[in-house]
Design a protein around this ligand. Structure first.
Ligand code: ATP
Ligand code: MG
Length: 563
């Protein structure tokens, strides 16, 4: 697999990939008047950012070239599908910015038609009921180098097959007793053509069709025919279905379907330090490794939303990675770059201290306080300013002070002067320690001539620190998220061994500007010098909770450089 680094990948213009080239050529040649695509999720889990690639492609091309994109639930396996997933998928596609209009469909809408087509194949001598067990069928399937063996039931008469298939539908047989198979070629070089299963017996209630059916079509049988019924012109899917295309084409060739869809395969999205497999994501949730499908560490759209990622950033990211036929693993730094770029433009700035260290300004009298004007967004004057309280007791970030600073540490230290953002220049006079020898308080002085943060004599300071007023700031919980997995390409098999035990860092006693506590909008904010954050729904009226969406700098690039 090729790894695509953020810096190496040029921004691609919209509309320049092999799928769009095919569509453009089809339109120019008059093969289609209008383009119809579909996004076909199986409602057995939440959507993840890999699905976003498929959604942006399918809805994107019909947006660009005209036509429409269907949302079709591939609901052929009732044992794994749930209404919760259906609702989540609809919510997430909308959130990502796409609209299927009236074009909402379900494979289950076509169960009767699919059943009729299965009988059609039987009558044409192209399908038969097989009584072998699953194990027997697996054992006789052959291998990549050896042909399979024909089933002893392959020669059944059409009448017997019709009778048995109808009795399968009527519920006469238990699960697994029989399957309907296509009669194609047990010696085919393509294993998908070795008499694949079309229908299986499953006595299970379906979220939409209830108990009407106890036989369900296989994904392979439902898929292409659903496309044909909906008049899909370009059926876009991921590369693992390339080998299934000959089966889809065979079925379309032998059935009286209303249209002939063409399938085109593209590479699925893989992202470093995470896993885009519904099976693994389901296990992460069920095994309690994360707090749910919308845990902000999850690569699900629900998780990214809760983390504060704007949908536009996901669309930008998908555009940047492009659509190609070669499998690759995309650097998660590229996603973060897209998020940071969007949030930098939109997020207002605020001050929050994650790990507070008290500062007492000794020459500022205790009864006094003042309001200082702070800019909400340095590039958007329209965002205006706000007033923040300044007083004798403040908090700064613990990391912004060192008693014995090394050469390159430019922040606060004994005897050193720094700027408090928007406020004053202060000088550290003394570090007060507890019995354990830890610094618990800084005694400082301020220069009243430096209101706004600049000295009239023009003297310079080496750094500017963020701060909050101790009397006014509100305690808050801040959740910092790190990579969910320790390795860039985690093992999808034994994924638990690769989980990062420190993927969530809870900062329990942060202090934030009061207006951050009062604003319940969940809008993205930048905590100055820290990163982009948003309010989490776990917030209570007196204790806000914030999620770090992304830091200000590319921490991945730094980690990689360190080796
Ligand atoms: P599974 O089939 O294992 O349940 P899936 O991820 O393929 O998982 P589907 O609901 O079948 O889930 O996916 C819906 C659509 O999204 C399919 O067309 C699929 O090809 C596409 N898709 C899924 N994962 C990715 C990915 N990582 N990158 C791009 N497209 C994807
Ligand atoms: Mg799938």
């Amino acid at each position: 697999m090729v790894s695509m680094a953020a810096s190496e990948t040029a921004i691609r213009e919209a509309g320049q990939d092999f799928i769009r080239d095919i569509i453009r050529a089809d339109l120019a040649a008059g093969r289609h008047e209008t383009i119809v695509t579909r996004f076909p999720p199986e409602p057995n889990g939440y959507l993840h950012i890999g699905h976003a690639k498929s959604i942006c492609l399918n809805f994107g091309v019909t947006g660009e070239f005209g036509g429409h994109c269907n949302l079709r639930f591939d609901d052929t396996n009732p044992t794994k599908e749930e209404q919760e997933y259906i609702d989540a998928i609809e919510r997430d596609v909308r959130w990502l910015g796409f609209d299927w209009g009236g074009h909402l469909y379900h494979a289950s809408d076509y169960f009767e038609q699919l059943y009729q087509w299965a009988e059609h194949l039987i009558r044409a001598g192209l399908a038969y009921v097989d009584d072998q067990t699953q194990e027997e069928m697996r054992a006789t399937r052959g291998t990549l180098t050896e042909a399979g063996t024909e089933s002893p039931y392959r020669g059944r008469s059409i009448a017997e097959n019709i009778d048995l298939f109808r009795r399968m539908r009527a519920g006469e047989f238990p699960n697994g007793a029989r399957v309907l198979r296509a009669k194609i070629d047990m010696a085919s070089g393509n294993i998908n053509l070795r008499d694949p299963a079309l229908y299986r017996i499953l006595h299970a209630e379906h979220p939409r069709t209830g108990t009407a059916w106890c036989i369900y079509p296989s994904y392979d049988f439902a898929h292409g025919q659903s496309d044909a019924i909906e008049g899909i012109t370009h059926s876009l899917c991921t590369l693992e279905f390339e080998d299934h295309r000959p089966l889809y084409d065979w079925l379309i060739d032998h059935l009286p379907v209303p249209s002939r869809p063409h399938q085109y395969e593209f590479a699925r999205l893989n992202l470093t330090y995470t896993v885009l497999s519904k099976r693994v994501l389901t296990e992460l949730v069920r095994g309690g490794h994360v707090a749910g499908w919308d845990d902000p560490r999850m690569p699900t759209l629900a998780g990214l939303r809760r983390r504060g990622v704007p949908p536009a950033a996901i669309r930008d990211f998908v555009k940047r990675i492009g659509v190609a036929k070669a499998n690759s693993v995309v650097d998660i730094g590229m996603l973060e770059f897209s998020i940071r770029e969007r949030l930098n433009k939109s997020a207002q700035r605020r001050m929050a201290v994650l790990r507070p260290l008290k500062v007492v300004i000794e020459n500022y009298s205790s009864g006094q306080s003042e309001e200082i004007e702070a800019v909400n967004h340095p590039e958007n004057p329209a965002d205006g300013t706000r007033r923040v309280k300044f007083g004798r007791e403040l908090y700064i970030e613990r990391d912004d002070f060192m008693e014995n600073p090394p050469k390159k540490f430019f922040r606060l230290a004994p005897g050193r002067e720094v700027r408090l953002r928007y406020a004053y220049l202060i000088t550290c006079r003394e570090a007060v320690k507890n019995k354990a020898g830890e610094v618990v308080e800084l005694r400082c002085s301020y220069d009243p001539q430096t209101r706004g943060g600049n000295a009239p004599d023009g003297r310079k300071v080496a750094s500017t620190l963020h701060w909050v007023s101790a009397a006014d700031a509100v305690p808050a919980e801040v959740r910092l998220y790190n990579a969910l997995f320790l390795r860039p390409e985690p093992n999808a098999g034994d994924f638990a061994a690769d989980l990062n035990p420190n993927s969530l860092e809870v900062v329990a006693d942060a202090r934030v500007e009061p207006d951050l506590a009062a604003d319940t909008s969940h809008a993205a904010v930048q905590f100055e010098r820290q990163g982009y954050f948003c309010r989490d729904r776990d917030s209570t009226p007196d204790r806000p909770v914030f999620n770090r969406t992304v830091g200000l700098r590319d921490s991945w690039a730094k980690a990689a450089a360190k080796g």
